[in-house]
Ligand binder design. Structure first.
Ligand code: 0GY
Length: 289
């Protein structure tokens, strides 16, 4: 089967210019496969999207740094992510996916390699299982390192996940706001439930990412902007932004990364909100040491 390409060959140059030091806090690398084979359990088989491509995009978009999130296609072998961080000249940090059997020495090596968090993925189309008991063991193991948990789930399981989320002893960053419906509007049931979660749990942050995945209307993603701008304004110190490049599984609806960057000033409408979103908040999580 041919390998999937889920990104535009050359992103358009955005009109918006990010502040100095800006961090793309949600992106991935795929391979290169010859050096870093995909997991036998992967649910998709992408073409190579390695560090050189990521860093060229970073520069083109006017960003300074990346947070590379281990993608499900690489399973719990974090070497492709670590390789990209190592090649970044200090301009990348990462989020790993690990097994609970990982030992302290291996965790230390991940820390030295630039990892500052672990990801728990609950999407059935991406992973075979999401064992909450094992995830909690991992969360307890990584807490002393000052790391945080990144969690990916969809809105329909938010309520069921609540006791699990409350048991996590670290900062928790929810990918793509837990994928709320955008057709319900800014006060819709799903985004309101998500905001209640943030209101009641000061350790929960979120990524205001992926208009391309979440919008029901499509580009220029006006429904996303309407729902997400109030989130940025309500939790200015707990939001992160990222491109999601190379957009796993988006091959039928590939976003232009330049267009994604131009959403930033529509959801974070002042220079102060933009600086928090793109610099201060991700620095606190990823470049504190
Ligand atoms: C994302 C979203 C997706 C994929 C992954 O790890 C992954 O494979 O995260 C998705 O397919 O929704 O955040 O990149």
């Amino acid at each position: 089967m041919s390998r999937i390409i889920s990104w535009v060959e050359e992103a358009s140059k955005p009109s918006y210019i990010p502040p100095a030091g800006a961090i793309d806090a949600h992106c991935h690398v795929f391979g290169p496969e010859a050096e870093f084979p995909f997991s036998p359990k992967t649910k998709y088989h992408p073409a190579d999207a390695g560090p050189e491509m990521l860093f060229a995009l970073r520069d083109r978009l006017g960003f300074d740094r990346n947070v590379i999130v281990q993608a499900s296609c690489h399973g719990t072998d974090n070497s492709a992510t670590l390789n990209a961080i190592a090649k970044s000249n200090g301009k990348a940090r990462g989020v790993a996916v690990v097994d609970p059997v990982i030992n302290d020495e291996e965790l230390k090596l991940l820390h030295e390699g630039g990892i500052r968090g672990v990801r728990f993925n609950f999407l059935k189309r991406l992973v075979d299982d999401a064992p909450k008991d094992k995830f909690l063991e991992i969360a307890k193991r990584i807490a002393p390192l000052g790391w945080h948990v990144v969690i990916y789930f969809e809105a329909d399981i938010l309520e069921e996940l609540l006791p699990f989320l409350e048991a996590i002893p670290t900062i928790v960053v929810v990918d793509h706001m837990g994928r709320p419906s955008m057709t319900q509007g800014r006060d819709g049931a799903e985004i309101s439930a998500f905001k209640r979660l943030l209101d009641e749990h000061p350790n929960i942050w979120t990524k205001v990412t992926c208009p391309d995945r979440l919008s029901a209307q499509g580009y220029p993603w006006d429904d996303f902007v309407e729902v997400v701008r109030p989130v940025v304004e309500r939790y200015p110190d707990r939001v992160l932004w990222g491109t999601d490049w190379p957009h796993p599984n988006m091959q039928d609806n590939i976003p232009d990364d330049g267009h994604l960057v131009d959403v930033i000033p529509r959801i974070a409408v002042t220079a102060e909100l933009q600086r928090k979103l793109l610099v201060d908040n991700p620095e606190r999580l990823y470049w504190a040491d």
